[in-house]
Every structure is written in structure tokens, then in C-alpha cells.
Design a protein around this ligand. Structure first.
Ligand SMILES: [Ca+2]
Ligand SMILES: [Ca+2]
Ligand SMILES: [Ca+2]
Length: 641
């Protein structure tokens, strides 16, 4: 605005400057004065709290408001200091560094924001730190993870089914794309169920606040909602359909008290299209592109692996908007990197959970994955993050796991990736589409991983059809697939309902309500008496294999050694210093006689192989071999004694 006045007064005449000044005073300046005279206002502070003695210090606040142009920010207390203020072009976002003296005590530390037109307060608090002995525990191969979609698991609080601003048809259990009413209270109410099954960690799909409106379109699936949680409108908010921050903290504390860990689903790659940043962003380059002008991500994912890829294909895959709809966060902008790293750490420190699942991690720069991993581990040494690299090619998943340096000289330091390659092979094998030896053939690519025991193996997830609904699927196949996932190397992850062989084709059919979780359900699969015979058989089987895993360190941590493989059989050992367990798969419709070369894994003659799971007698080892008769269409486990 000063420039406008200057241009008008810069007229080369004697009269013009006077006229110019008069125009400024009489016409233009009152307009600007009126606009400028509005007092500053603050509507959101991110993060709203932080900690003294934190590895990130100063913390950089992002303040949303109005009339922030020219603002200064100061602290009224000696123990915290402000610096490096910057304000966006519209005067609607302000960044400020806050340095916290390590001796500062928890409490309220409001900051004063001043412009020439007034002052206001930026609320900010220092929180007490949670006990690191009982929080931030990390995930390891001793754990068994259970994935839950909160909206579809159990409705423990009907008062939050339709928050004030939602339309009636947004909550509709007959519409697979509407909210169904499940929530955090429903999960709290069923913690004992997970304990009974043997689960040690719960992964919840995102609990960020999502838009409560309904998308209308001319497609068959409309109207649809964001019940799934992947379209955040507030990186610091809890979805109001699920509960609030207090409910979330209660869930995590109660889960911890029972020995259950919790994993947050984070989405650094994108936000939802209804996020306020879309129409007014903190910086011009906050996103890759704008709503009007951006690339569509073509998902050419292999260009991320290839050292020979061209720049345009790589930029499309990193910068393109997911589904053309989801604003892609620009991690090439340092302010975005700081914002997202602080956000990730704020959730950990505020709620005390134990691990992170990072959505679509391929689409953020590898340098960002590294910086985020380092920041997490620096503050919370046991913290664990698994990345979704949804690829059936182990070369690509292995490229993203930490512990080795890629051709780009980057070690992502990422703790784990999902093993979609082995998952896919297991689905194929146990629906008779590939020979059983394909399991061994896939596992040989473990050579690509710095430590294959760190991958996360999955039975299924919320983006894939349920096992029992696959072509050629049988209950026996489902049982073998689950048992294999629970006995092979890695950290196993189940998906709610697979333990009762729930049906469901592609998304959203694979996200049906858990039976008994909702008011009015005719039966409850949470208890044995409410399960069908098939459900109970699958449940007990899953429970037995989880128990076996908990009871045998070799299955959790031991080396995996191939013993025998052909079109219908695969036998492998899991072996550590203290024990050897043999897992034997027979997919054939007949029982099979097999001579197992156990001498090759150091098992001595006259040892016995004793069945841990499965209808097998005891076999004695002679001349380094054991004769087994494997029952049809099942998987058995034997201990060496
Ligand atoms: Ca509810
Ligand atoms: Ca919401
Ligand atoms: Ca991206």
C-alpha cells in the first residue's frame, strides 16, 4: 500500500505531488487505514503446547489469524523467548520461534502478538513430559499388531455419531462410504478382546479431524464421507466422530495398563481437500501446486527406485496430488518440514503412543523420511515407524527401509516397511494360484534387506480384499495364510475381522462393521458364544498361533532356514540360541510323507520332533533325518527336544 502512494506522488510537476498527496489522504489512504486499523486476531496455534528440555528447541509455532501483517511477538516470561517472526502475504499466518529454557516449569505461557492496531494473545503451554519408561515403547518382532478402522469396529458412544455440523445421511450403516458410528470409546470397551486374542499393539487408521460434510458426485458410491480419516482438515485435531484428545489419551493409558501398545497412522504426504490451507495457505509454496494448478500423481512408483529416472517423472510421483484431490505437502520447503516433524513429535509426546504407521511414504522425499526418523529417534529412542510402500516388488520396499544407503546416498533410517511382496505371494499360494515353493522363492529376496526381521508382515489391510473373499479362497487357505504370517520372520500385523474370517471384497466392502460392535447387532463375535462355527474355528486357530509365537523366541527372533520346498510343501526352521521350531506347510488335499534333513540345522540324532500345533505324533531323528506325515491342507509346528 505504501508503494501505491509513492507511485502516485512521483509525478514530475509541481502540482502533481500535492494532488497526489491529496488523493492519498482523501481517497486511498482511508481505505488502507480502515483495513489496517483492524486489530489482530488469533484462531489457531500449532503446536498448542511443547515441552521444556525437548530435543527440538526452539519450537516454531504456526499461528492462524487475521490482520497479522507487521506483527511482533513477545513473551512476558523470562523462561521462554521469541524470535524469527514471519507473516504470509495475506496476513493470515505467522511463524514464530519459541525458545524454551530447559528449567521452565509446565504451565501456561501466553505470548503477546502486537501490530500497530492492537494486540492479542497467542495461547501456548508447556506440558509435563510423560514417563518414557511406560510410553513411546516402540514395536518389535515380539509384538503382534492389530489394525482397526475406528469407525467400523465398535460404537461405544452414540452421542458422537452425528456431530453438530454433519448432515443426517452422513451417518448411515447401510452406506459403506458413510460414517457408521464406531469410535475410540468402542475400542476402549473391547481392550480385553485383544488381550484374549494375544494382540500386543493396536494400529488405528488416522484419528486426525476430517471434514464432516458429504461429497456429492454422479458416481454410484456418492454420497461419501471421510470416515476413513486419511483426509485431514486439522493435523492437531481428533476426529469428532471418534472422540476427543482426552478420550484418545484415556485409550492409550488403558491400553498400556493392559500391556497393549498403540500405533498412530500419520499422513505427512497430503491433507484433505477441505483443509483451510487449500484456500489460504501459510506460504505460497506450502503445497506442490495449487487447487487450480497441480499435477495428478500418476503413481509411476518405480521411478523412485530407479537411478535412471528422469526428473519430470520423479517430480510427478513426489509432487502430484493423490487422486487429483489431496493437496500434496511440499517437503522441499523447510517450513513444511519443520511443521510436519513437530506435528509428528507433538502427537507422540502428548499422548504417549508407541509407534507410527506412515501413509504413502514413497511420495515424500527420502530426505524427509530420514529427517523425520532422526527427529523421532532423537527424542524417543525406542520410537518406531513403519512406512507404507505398497509395492509387490521387494527391491522397492527394501529401498525405503532404513539401515542402508541408497544410490542417492540417503539412509531413510525408517524402522520398518510392510512386506507387501511376501503378503501377495502368500495370498497367491494359499488360494492355489502359485506353487507353495513361491514362498521360499520370495523369501530369498530378503537378501535385499539390511535386516529382514524388521519388516512388517501383514495378513491383510483396509485397502485390500479380505482373504476369504478372494477367488478360490477356503477357510483352510485362510488358516494357512494367517499361520504362515505369524510364523515367518518379521513383525506380524493382523486386520480386524480376519481372525473370524470376515468377508469383504475391495474397499469399502472390506471395511464392514465388526459383529457385535454396534447397538442393535444381533450377535457379538467378541465372545465365543456369539461366533459362528467357522468364526470360532478361525479365532481359535489365530489365537493358538499367536500364543505359539509368544511362547517361542525362535519364532519371534530366530533365523529362518529353508528345509524343503516343492509345489505343495514348504518346511522351514526358526532357530535361535535356545531352541529350534520347525514349521511345515502341506497345501495338498492328501497327507504327505516327508523326510526332513534336520541334521543340516544341527539337530542331533535321537532328538525328537514334538508337535506344538497340529495332529502329529512324535518323530525321532535318525542319520540326520526325521520322517514326518503331514496332514492335508494345513500348517503344523514342531519343537525339537
Ligand atoms: Ca459413536
Ligand atoms: Ca470431523
Ligand atoms: Ca508428495
Amino acid at each position: 500500500m505504501a508503494r501505491d502512494c509513492h507511485e502516485i506522488t512521483n509525478v514530475r510537476s509541481i502540482v502533481a505531488p500535492i494532488l497526489g498527496i491529496l488523493v492519498c489522504i482523501l481517497v486511498w489512504c482511508p481505505v488502507f487505514v480502515a483495513r489496517d486499523s483492524a486489530a489482530p486476531a488469533v484462531s489457531k496455534v500449532e503446536p498448542p503446547s511443547w515441552w521444556a528440555g525437548h530435543t527440538i528447541n526452539p519450537v516454531r509455532l504456526l499461528v492462524r489469524g487475521e490482520n497479522l501483517t507487521g506483527a511482533r511477538v513477545r513473551s512476558t516470561q523470562q523462561t521462554i523467548q521469541t524470535s524469527n517472526v514471519s507473516v504470509n502475504r495475506n496476513g493470515t499466518y505467522l511463524f514464530v520461534n519459541v525458545s524454551i529454557n530447559p528449567s521452565a516449569q509446565p504451565g501456561s505461557y501466553p505470548l503477546i502478538l502486537e501490530t500497530t492496531n492492537g494486540e492479542t494473545t497467542i495461547p501456548f503451554t508447556l506440558a509435563p513430559s510423560l514417563d518414557p519408561k511406560t510410553h513411546f515403547q516402540g514395536i518389535r518382532a515380539d509384538d503382534v499388531i492389530y489394525l482397526i478402522m475406528p469407525d467400523r469396529f465398535a460404537n461405544g458412544d452414540t452421542t458422537n455419531d452425528a456431530p453438530g455440523d454433519s448432515q443426517p445421511e452422513a451417518t448411515d450403516r447401510t452406506n459403506p462410504r458413510a460414517y457408521h458410528g464406531g469410535d475410540l470409546r468402542g475400542i476402549i470397551n473391547h481392550l480385553a478382546y485383544f488381550k484374549d486374542l494375544g494382540i500386543t499393539a493396536l494400529w488405528l487408521t488416522p484419528w486426525y479431524d476430517n471434514w464432516n460434510g458429504i461429497n456429492k458426485c454422479d458416481k454410484p458410491w456418492c454420497p461419501n464421507t471421510y470416515y476413513h480419516g486419511y483426509h485431514a482438515i486439522d493435523y492437531y485435531g481428533v476426529e469428532d466422530h471418534f472422540g476427543n484428545l482426552a478420550t484418545l489419551r484415556e485409550l492409550i493409558e488403558k491400553a498400556h495398563a493392559l500391556g497393549l501398545k498403540v500405533i498412530q497412522d500419520q499422513v505427512a504426504n497430503h491433507v484433505g481437500s477441505h483443509h483451510p490451507w487449500v484456500t489460504d495457505s501459510p506460504l505460497d509454496d506450502w503445497f506442490h501446486g495449487t487447487l487450480a494448478d497441480h499435477q495428478l500423481n500418476k503413481f509411476q512408483n518405480s521411478v523412485l527406485l530407479s537411478p535412471h529416472a528422469n526428473r519430470d517423472e520423479v517430480r510427478n510421483t513426489l509432487d502430484g496430488w493423490f487422486n487429483d484431490d489431496l493437496p500434496d505437502m511440499n517437503q522441499d520447503e523447510p517450513e513444511v518440514v519443520r511443521y510436519e516433524i513437530q506435528n509428528a513429535l507433538w502427537w507422540v509426546g502428548t499422548t504417549g503412543f508407541d509407534g507410527i504407521r506412515q501413509d504413502t511414504i514413497q511420495y515424500v522425499p527420502r530426505s524427509f523420511i530420514r529427517d523425520l526418523s532422526n527427529a523421532l529417534h532423537r527424542q524417543y529412542p525406542r520410537m518406531w515407524m513403519v512406512g507404507e510402500v505398497f509395492e509387490r516388488d521387494a527391491a522397492q520396499t527394501a529401498f525405503f527401509i532404513g539401515g542402508h544407503t541408497g544410490w542417492d546416498n540417503i539412509d531413510t533410517r525408517l524402522d520398518s516397511v510392510f512386506d507387501f511382496a511376501l503378503w501377495n505371494t502368500s495370498l497367491q499360494v494359499f488360494t492355489d494360484k502359485q506353487p507353495v515353493r513361491a514362498l521360499r522363492d520370495q523369501l530369498k529376496y530378503d537378501a535385499l534387506y539390511p535386516d529382514p526381521s524388521k519388516v512388517t508382515t501383514l495378513v491383510n489391510n483396509h485397502d485390500t480384499a479380505r482373504f476369504i473373499s478372494l477367488e478360490n479362497a477356503t477357510l483352510e487357505g485362510s488358516m494357512m495364510h494367517t499361520a504362515f504370517t505369524l510364523s515367518v520372520r518379521g513383525i506380524p500385523q493382523l486386520y480386524y475381522g480376519e481372525e473370524i474370517a470376515m468377508e469383504g471384497r475391495e474397499d469399502p466392502d472390506n471395511r464392514r462393521d465388526f459383529p457385535g460392535g454396534f447397538p442393535g447387532d444381533g450377535r457379538s463375535a467378541f465372545v465365543a458364544t456369539g461366533r459362528t462355527q467357522t468364526e470360532q474355528r478361525m479365532y481359535q486357530w489365530t489365537q493358538n498361533w499367536i500364543r505359539l509365537r509368544h511362547e517361542h523366541s525362535s519364532i519371534r527372533q530366530g533365523r529362518l532356514i529353508d528345509l524343503y520346498y516343492d509345489d505343495v510343501l514348504y518346511l522351514f526352521a526358526r532357530q535361535d540360541r535356545s531352541e529350534t521350531v520347525i514349521v511345515a506347510i502341506n497345501r495338498a488335499a492328501q497327507e504327505k510323507q516327508i523326510t526332513v534333513p534336520v541334521g543340516s540345522i544341527g539337530v542331533k540324532d535321537r532328538s525328537e520332533l514334538i508337535a506344538l500345533i497340529g495332529p502329529l505324533g512324535t518323530a525321532r531323528v535318525t542319520n540326520g533325518q526325521a520322517q514326518l506325515t503331514l496332514p492335508a491342507k494345513t500348517i503344523v509346528a514342531l519343537a525339537v527336544r
